[in-house]
Design a protein around this ligand. Structure first.
Ligand code: ATP
Length: 310
């Protein structure tokens, strides 16, 4: 439920009226409001321009969900992410990985400590401006009942058709969209063309790329994809992470291997940090998780070159 609520909250911010048009109920909106007791500052501090990615800092963050008093989700968490860096969050279920993403989006406020994006405390930034700066690729990609073109355009409603198509190409979605009976006009969603998991993810990545945010939050899908889809999704993510800061909840070996840094969370605290090789050599929690988690997934060949497409 937590993940659903939070991704709907983000969607409503990102896609606003479109979501309402798509039939999200007022009741759901109210629920989101009750769950996320944050208010916009009356005199917001402007976020400085971010080129080459946002800078993110969490400093001594303590956070407890309002509905779970006495059970902290994050404790004394400090993490600095440089502009352009890719950081993979790893940890057992309930470690606090999604909570970090939710706090960056300011769906909740911390009880202690500070979170800044490009030097501005998220509580002092205009909420809309903050979320405009952030792109999100959720674990389960939402496909709206609309054409392929419109589905991607939700990433930036004012984008031209040419910009949508460029984003689709960058996300390795162009070829499969062209192969649909109606191309970019094909109707997707429950009553339209049913896409595979990998295709849905690439639509979602195309949306995020169209928005072109300096900060990208990825919640990597856990479900296995067929080898070709896996390869395409990895290639799309590779492009998406370029020239921006990326924080990814990682479930794939390829992703952790590519990250500049892996941060291992356990029970709301950072317990290890390093590269994949460093952490495997260390033989701690990461090494155990990696042995369990990354072996059961689809074996990933190293990506030596991006798949070709016309
Ligand atoms: P998973 O890999 O299972 O998604 P995670 O590392 O992302 O786990 P979080 O979802 O951040 O972990 O959860 C951290 C703690 O906070 C857990 O104990 C979880 O039960 C709790 N929690 C998460 N979301 C909520 C919520 N909306 N309300 C109350 N408690 C929550």
């Amino acid at each position: 439920v937590a993940v659903l609520v939070s991704s709907v909250a983000v969607l409503s911010e990102v896609y606003g009226d479109l979501l309402r048009a798509a039939g999200a109920t007022e009741r759901l909106m109210e629920l989101l409001h009750a769950e996320s007791p944050v208010t916009n500052p009356t005199h917001p501090v402007a976020l400085p321009p971010a080129s080459g990615g946002s800078e993110v800092s969490l400093s001594e963050v303590n956070f407890t969900y309002p509905s779970r008093p006495g059970q902290p989700a994050l404790q004394s968490l400090s993490l600095n992410i440089k502009a352009g860096e890719t950081v993979a969050l790893v940890g057992p279920s309930g470690a606090g990985k999604s909570t970090v993403l939710q706090l960056l989006l300011r769906l909740y406020d911390t009880q202690h400590g500070q979170i800044t994006v490009d030097g501005v405390d998220v509580r002092q930034a205009d909420m809309h401006a903050l979320r405009q700066r952030i792109g999100i690729v959720p674990q389960d990609s939402v496909i709206f009942s609309a054409s392929a073109l419109e589905n991607i355009r939700y990433g930036r409603p004012e984008a031209s058709d040419a910009e949508v198509i460029a984003a689709a190409k960058a996300a390795y979605a162009h070829d499969f969209i062209l192969a649909l009976p109606g191309g970019y006009d094909s109707f997707l969603g429950e009553r339209g063309v049913r896409l595979s998991g990998g295709q849905r993810q690439r639509i979602s990545i195309a949306r995020a790329m169209l928005k072109n945010p300096p900060l990208l939050l990825l919640d990597e899908a856990t479900s296995a994809l067929d080898a070709e889809s896996e390869h395409m999704v990895q290639a799309a993510l590779e492009t998406a992470m370029k020239d921006r800061t990326t924080l990814v909840i990682a479930h794939r070996l390829a992703t952790v291997q590519r990250a500049d840094r892996i941060v291992v969370l356990d029970q709301g605290r950072i317990v290890e940090e390093g590269t994949h090789a460093e952490l495997v050599a260390r033989g701690g929690l990461y090494a155990r998780l990696a042995a369990m988690q990354f072996q059961t997934g689809l074996p990933m060949p190293a990506i030596t070159s991006a798949p070709t497409q016309g």
